[in-house]
Design a binder for this molecule. Structure first.
Ligand SMILES: Cc1cc2nc3c(=O)[nH]c(=O)nc-3n(C[C@H](O)[C@H](O)[C@H](O)COP(=O)(O)OP(=O)(O)OC[C@H]3O[C@@H](n4cnc5c(N)ncnc54)[C@H](O)[C@@H]3O)c2cc1C
Length: 407
């Protein structure tokens, strides 16, 4: 049963827009309120993102498969090198896809945002850009959402998709202190793919300086790069010196990465500190719930944060579509079903990400050699199971092809 009032989504990132699209495909009324303006989103400096098959496939179920494939590069494996370009280990993800799955993809964040924005527009979903959510109040028959501009919106439910510093999360559980990973990143996108192996992101690590980085194709004639290093939270360079800093940091790493950092226009280099959340199993209350980073921000090491937001979105829509939404109790019950269906999966993925992100980095060359050897042995034994689990597809009660409005 369709609720009288819209489901209000706070945030138009990957999680919010995918939620809106999935709900709209089920014929459920939905409205999105986003802090940034549409131009701010479109003109944000570029960076890349990996959509592993567990996210590309559900986005395909939402009708975006062809557009995603056209705008991205496939990812079939990852190669990991030391700073002199000597191969440390390889991992193949592609042989471990589930039947019927789309391949894993690397894509520009701006391209993914554009595809999602266009898809919700085609479904006539109203996205109110430049209108941040301030707070909410659960009423007898839904939720009253207040916006920073003073307006009030009445919804059947509120979905907080407003990222790691979520306002909706704060309202639910009070101030939730983030965990700083101790690491920060620079990212950028440059034209050209010279020297890059198609479909295989290349990662590098300099054991002396402990600076890591990666470079990969993102569709079209472009590549994305990252650099990461240990730094205190909030530390920033003098304005205008970021690019020179990134170039300096990249010095120990191979030219494939170094040259791309140098070629990126200064204004297109983004710095992001890596914050995540302690695990917590209260994502909601009554007609309110969370998706994506708002619910479970995790370290970026496995590239699964946005992927888990996509999984949340399709499972949430599936749970609501199967629920009785004629009463507030019915809406709340469907949201608890969604949360219950997600906890175990997200907890596992988050745990793997935290383990990789916080693994000790041995100082001595001998200890590093032993660690490298153990990693290769572990991968030889566990690669198949690890990739199958990581790329596992969400299970839905209504098959995607049977969703009303799927065509
Ligand atoms: C360096 C780095 C690399 C990464 N690489 C990958 C990768 O390869 N693959 C992957 O899957 N993940 C990756 N991630 C993680 C991924 O970026 C996040 O997990 C993902 O963006 C979370 O999506 P989201 O929609 O939950 O939140 P966000 O993307 O943060 O979107 C939240 C939205 O809410 C809006 N908002 C905030 N407050 C309000 C408010 N009060 N009212 C209304 N709107 C509001 C924001 O403006 C934003 O648009 C990476 C992260 C980092 C830092």
């Amino acid at each position: 049963m369709v609720p009288r009032r819209p489901i209000v989504v706070a945030g138009a990132g990957v999680g919010g827009l995918t939620t809106a699209l999935a709900l709209a495909r089920h014929g459920l009324p939905v409205e999105v309120y986003e802090r940034r303006t549409a131009d701010e989103i479109r003109n944000a400096p570029g960076s890349g993102l990996t959509l592993w098959s567990n996210a590309s496939t559900p986005l395909g179920w939402l009708g975006l498969g062809d557009r995603l494939l056209a705008a991205s590069d496939r990812v079939v494996a990852i190669h990991n090198f030391d700073s002199r370009g000597r191969l440390r280990f390889k991992m193949s993800s592609h042989p471990h896809l589930w039947p019927g799955a789309l391949p894993s993809l690397s894509i520009g964040r701006m391209d993914l945002a554009e595809i999602l924005m266009e898809a919700v527009r085609q479904r006539d979903v109203q996205v109110h850009y430049g209108r941040p959510v301030s707070d909410h109040e659960i009423t007898g028959d839904g939720v009253r959402v207040r916006l920073v501009d003073g307006d009030t919106v009445l919804g059947a439910a509120l979905v907080g998709a407003d990222g790691v510093r979520s306002t909706v999360l704060r309202e639910l559980r009070g101030e939730v202190p983030g965990v700083y990973l101790g690491r920060t990143t620079y990212r950028g996108v440059v034209p050209g793919t010279a020297g890059l192996v198609p479909e295989i992101p290349q990662l590098f690590h300099d054991d002396e300086t402990r600076i890591g980085g990666g470079v990969y194709r993102i569709g079209g004639d472009r590549s994305a790069w990252t650099l990461s290093w240990k730094a205190p939270a909030g530390e920033r360079e003098e304005p205008g010196t970021e690019h020179a800093h990134a170039v300096r940091l990249a010095r120990p790493l191979p030219a494939l990465l170094r040259d791309r950092v140098a070629a990126t226009p200064a204004e297109a280099v983004i710095r992001t500190d890596i914050w995540y959340h302690e695990w917590h199993e209260q994502w909601g209350e009554g007609p309110v719930t969370l998706v994506g980073d708002a619910a479970h921000a995790m370290p970026n090491d496995l590239g699964q944060g946005a992927c888990q937001a996509v999984e949340d979105a399709v499972v949430l829509a599936d749970a609501l579509a199967a629920g009785d939404l004629s009463s507030q109790a019915g809406v709340a019950a469907a949201l608890r079903v969604y949360e219950g269906r997600r906890y175990e999966r997200v907890k596992w993925v988050r745990q793997q990400s935290v383990q990789v992100a916080t693994a000790a980095e041995p100082r001595s060359a001998a200890a590093r050699w032993v660690m490298g050897h153990l990693t290769r042995v572990y991968l030889a034994m566990a690669e198949k199971k690890m990739w199958q689990e990581m790329q596992r597809l969400p299970e839905l009660t209504v098959h995607p092809d049977e969703v009303v409005g799927s065509r």
